[in-house]
Design a protein around this ligand. Structure first.
Ligand SMILES: O=P(O)(O)OC[C@H]1O[C@H](O[C@H]2O[C@H](CO)[C@@H](O)[C@H](O)[C@H]2O)[C@H](O)[C@@H](O)[C@@H]1O
Ligand SMILES: O=c1ccn([C@@H]2O[C@H](COP(=O)(O)OP(=O)(O)O)[C@@H](O)[C@H]2O)c(=O)[nH]1
Length: 480
């Protein structure tokens, strides 16, 4: 039994830090974990003084709870085999591609599912052990779809929220999942289920009717019978960033100076295009490179010297689709630079690395246009960070309509990344956009991100959870 119980507990697959080794003195060495979930939740957790239950990113790391950067962190142990079957297998070989519209083929393996259910139970037990009577527990993302119901069975006193960071697919796709009923029932253990986009919530409500035979009315799902009858609310709560914090970071003179230095180091090009993604097939990196290659070959950029800086941070490297993607991307980059570079000049600067936040801010400030061309993406916080960083009201965001951010960032140049000609046109438009137009759009984008920051996201979600999951708005009763 832990010495202290918490009124607020977050449960996520990852802790905000990964254990990457030990110092010479035998002290554990931590690094910030990758991805937008951690970026978004860390500031929320610092302000809530709760406990964060998650995996420390390495095999067989049990360890005691510890405090880091104002957060109380509770590690959940995963064996090497569990990482293979639960994280790399069921989470990232089945659910991730399935929920991202089968961009890669999902695999269905019963032993992956068994490991997933077993690990979800461990997370539920760890969270239950931290939660005080009547506490709020906020479960995060597709790795833990069964945790809400497992928690409710153990601790009916808790108020349980679930937030899905990735898209929820249409039923025609979701219904492929052999365990679709158990997944829907698992999520329905929550009182409130949050999604990035309205369409995700609508798809989930349909899955509740079709896979679990539940009745829905507007955004409410009725579950259980008799005294066990409950109502679950499913609604959009688009996630965001610490916009003011990011703007302050980008306003730091050292960051501004670094942005200028980046430009010089790149050979003072006429324009810098920037892509920042985990190296993931959902992010449309191959499509982006093909588009840029055609622009160079067509001469559509005129005599402008344009470079593309592509940060592709390492991700899920032991999953085959990710290892294959790396090979493909690196082949394309090598060919492109080979065909179009000159001595001392490379059109693509490819960085297979993870950068700290200040370097990210400097890159955003240096980029004339930010290319977010995901084929499917829950939100894409990079798009919001670019906007928040541009205190100079300059720069153009080229944004895929398939990223959740497109529902909010209307003044971006929106593209369908599958449409290579359309995306080429959008990049040419971005690079030729008059300054007044760039300024008008960026100011509107910045206002949106500042007013809808991560604090508001958490406040809206947790407020709705406390209010008994009342509806934001009502839709007509749904039919299966
Ligand atoms: O933990 P990993 O397997 O290394 O992956 C990193 C995270 O990737 C995904 O991020 C999502 O959440 C973001 C914030 O809501 C959102 O902007 C983005 O569109 C999503 O893809 C994943 O959902 C997280 O669970 C991972 O931690
Ligand atoms: O080298 C890098 C690459 C990315 N990021 C951060 O990783 C997050 C990516 O979140 P996003 O929602 O765009 O995508 P995800 O990786 O979660 O799918 C953003 O906060 C980026 O600033 C970073 O800190 N360093």
């Amino acid at each position: 039994m832990p010495s202290q119980l918490y009124d607020f507990v977050v449960v996520a697959n990852r802790l905000p830090v990964d254990k990457v080794g030990t110092t010479d003195d035998g002290e554990p060495l931590y690094e910030t974990s990758p991805g937008g979930l951690v970026t978004a939740l860390a500031p929320v957790m610092r302000s809530q003084h709760g406990a964060w239950v998650g995996w420390a990113g390495a095999p067989d790391e049990a360890g005691d709870a510890f405090d880091s950067d104002g957060m109380h962190l509770v590690p959940v142990e995963l064996s090497a085999q569990e990482i293979e079957d639960y994280y790399e297998g069921m989470a990232n070989g089945t659910l991730w591609p399935l929920f991202h519209d089968v961009i890669a083929a999902p695999e269905y393996h019963r032993h992956w599912w068994d490991a997933y259910a077993k690990v979800n139970r461990r997370f539920a037990e760890a969270a239950a052990a931290q939660a005080a009577e009547g506490a709020t527990v906020w479960v995060q993302d597709y790795q833990l779809l069964l945790v809400p119901m497992m928690l409710r069975e153990q601790r009916p006193d808790l108020r349980i929220g679930f937030f899905n960071h990735i898209p929820f697919p249409g039923y025609e796709i979701f219904s492929q999942l052999p365990w679709r009923k158990r997944v829907v029932e698992g999520v329905l253990g929550a009182d409130l289920v949050g999604f990035q986009r309205r369409s995700d919530a609508t798809n989930f409500l349909r899955a509740c009717r079709r896979a679990a035979g539940a009745t829905t009315r507007g955004s409410h799902v009725h579950v259980g019978h008799g005294e066990g009858r409950r109502t679950v609310h499913a609604a959009p709560f688009p996630i965001s960033i610490d916009a003011r914090g990011f703007e302050a970071l980008a306003s730091d003179p050292a960051v501004i100076e670094r942005a200028a230095q980046v430009r010089t180091e790149l050979g003072d090009p006429d324009a810098i295009l920037l892509g920042v993604d985990r190296l993931d097939y959902t992010k449309g990196i191959r499509h982006r490179l093909s588009t840029f290659k055609e622009l160079l070959e067509d001469g559509a950029l005129g005599d402008k010297r344009v470079v593309l800086v592509q940060v592709a941070s390492p991700s899920r490297e032991r999953v085959k689709a990710y290892a294959d993607l790396r090979d493909e991307v690196e082949l394309i980059v090598g060919r492109l630079n080979g065909d179009h570079g000159t001595v001392g000049w490379q059109p693509v600067h490819y960085l297979h690395q993870s950068f700290p936040r200040d370097e990210m801010a400097a890159l955003y400030l240096a980029a004339d246009a930010m290319l977010v061309t995901a084929l499917r993406d829950g939100m894409n916080l990079v798009a919001k960070e670019y906007v928040a960083a541009r205190h100079d009201d300059d720069g153009v965001l080229v944004l895929s309509e398939f990223a959740g951010a497109a529902d909010e960032l209307h003044q971006a140049v929106l593209v369908n990344p599958h449409d290579i000609d359309g995306t080429k046109g959008a990049i040419v438009e971005a690079l030729g956009m008059p300054k007044a137009e760039r300024r008008r759009r960026m100011r509107a984008l910045r206002r949106r991100v500042r007013e809808h920051d991560v604090e508001r996201w958490a406040r809206d979600f947790l407020g709705a959870l406390q209010d008994g999951a009342h509806a934001h708005d009502e839709e007509p009763a749904g039919q299966a």
